[in-house]
Design a binder for this molecule. Structure first.
Ligand code: ATP
Ligand code: MG
Length: 394
């Protein structure tokens, strides 16, 4: 029944001179998000507002679900937009909108008028008072509540007049691409897809690196990571996924280094290789799903040891999250069901019974000297044989 939507965006409205860049980015992401939705849409800007108009029939639920996934969108308001044909006509339109939307359901309301155009003959307080009375007269099921109403009857007087009562929340954040690009270390677990989502939400576009160890890890384990990237891509846009064959490096570490240090040393090589790809494609940082103390390789000492090999900043958006909080986000963004599929990860294959929990960086560096004759070639080969997959949203 609605043909138009008002798109609310909070944070990006305060970006001063850059504001139009953010708005343009938001418009282009909305265009992209609505592409797979049945129907035809026109997306346009007016000072401080973005509108989506559906031309003819369209899939309402799909359109809402697509628009509310776009970072930067604070809310999507299904609205009626009418020409200014005098106040009496406006009253009619508002009452019609309320009757069509709420029928005879009991609701409390408050009128919220705003004038972007000061030549309108009434000011917003006058409209609020008078419109309230007109609604009470016309709709016996409606009551005023100025403190905690069920719905706000928003009336925005602009070139045209926008009427809306519903705000469907969006994810907030900033339009992807407005804050550069970062490299996500993406495993098949619960945490790293959530970490990628959170950084993308701040306007950062994503590239990803996945380490596998065939034949110790299967093709299905890899497919699971591709599937996770495709879910994250619903929010972040397409993700280039670097799939690194890590087997020989892992075997070499396993043969030469103390077993209780395996995970840490492996992690350090993962970071180095991911950083190589990051720099190659102009990423400004690395992203991991680490959280303090979650496992032995994520104690403060272990994180310091991993960090030690990186020159780019490492962003760890889940650092202070409990597992349950991470699970909640993963359920919300729809990665959870895929993440819990039981496929092996390369980290779980060569794992020590009693890994160090307080690694000393100097000790670790000394252990790595045992790799010095072979590791550079192995890293070079791993980089050269890396498979690149462009993963689109699915
Ligand atoms: P996740 O649920 O994201 O797998 P986790 O709790 O299993 O995390 P670890 O296995 O210690 O934790 O991994 C910590 C982080 O290291 C991950 O969040 C991810 O960013 C990165 N990582 C781990 N394994 C891989 C891998 N095989 N490929 C790419 N990155 C990985
Ligand atoms: Mg993992």
């Amino acid at each position: 029944m609605y043909q138009s939507f008002l798109i609310k965006y909070g944070e990006i409205a305060i970006k001063g001179k850059n504001r139009h860049l953010f708005e343009d980015a938001l418009v282009s992401h909305l265009v992209h998000a609505l592409k797979p939705v049945e129907g035809e849409f026109d997306i346009w800007k007016e000072q401080g507002r973005i509108y989506v108009d559906a031309k003819g029939d369209y899939d309402y639920d799909h359109a809402i679900s697509a628009m509310t996934k776009v970072f930067g969108v604070v809310g999507v308001c299904p609205m009626v937009q009418v020409e200014d044909e005098g106040y009496e006509k406006l009253v009619e339109e508002v009452v019609k909108h309320l009757k069509e939307t709420y029928g005879d359901k009991e609701k409390t309301f408050k009128v919220m008028a705003r004038r972007a155009r000061k030549n309108y003959p009434m000011n917003s307080t006058e409209i609020n008072m008078d419109m309230g009375e007109k609604i009470l007269d016309a709709c016996p099921n409606m009551k005023v509540d100025v403190h905690n109403p069920d719905l706000y009857v928003n009336i925005e007087i602009r070139q045209k007049i926008n009427i809306y009562t519903e705000i469907i929340p969006g994810p907030g954040g900033m339009p992807v691409g407005s804050n550069g690009k970062a490299m996500l270390l993406l495993s098949g677990g619960i945490d790293s897809p959530v970490a990628g989502y959170m950084i993308a939400k701040r306007g950062v576009s994503l590239e990803a690196t996945y380490f596998h160890a065939p034949p110790y890890t299967s093709e299905r384990a890899k497919q699971k990571v591709v599937d996770l990237a495709a879910i994250v891509a619903r929010y972040s846009g397409p993700i280039t996924l670097n799939v690194v064959n890590f087997t020989d490096i892992q075997l070499e570490i396993y043969q030469k280094c103390p077993h209780d240090e395996l995970t840490i040393i492996m992690r350090r090589y993962m970071m180095k290789i991911a950083e190589h790809f990051a720099k190659e494609s102009n990423c400004l940082g690395l992203i991991t799903g680490e959280s303090i103390g979650q496992v032995a390789s994520q104690t403060m000492q272990s994180l310091a040891a991993t960090n030690d090999v990186c020159t780019l900043p490492v962003y760890r958006p889940l650092i202070g999250f409990d597992k349950q909080e991470i699970v909640e986000v993963s359920e919300k963004i729809d990665t959870y069901e895929t993440s819990i599929l039981p496929f092996e990860d390369c980290c779980t294959i060569f794992v020590a019974k009693h890994p160090v929990t307080k690694p000393n960086i100097n000790v670790i560096r000394r252990s790595e000297l045992k790799l010095q004759d072979t590791i550079d070639d192995l890293v070079k080969t791993a980089i050269e044989t890396t498979e690149r997959i462009v993963v689109e949203a699915k």
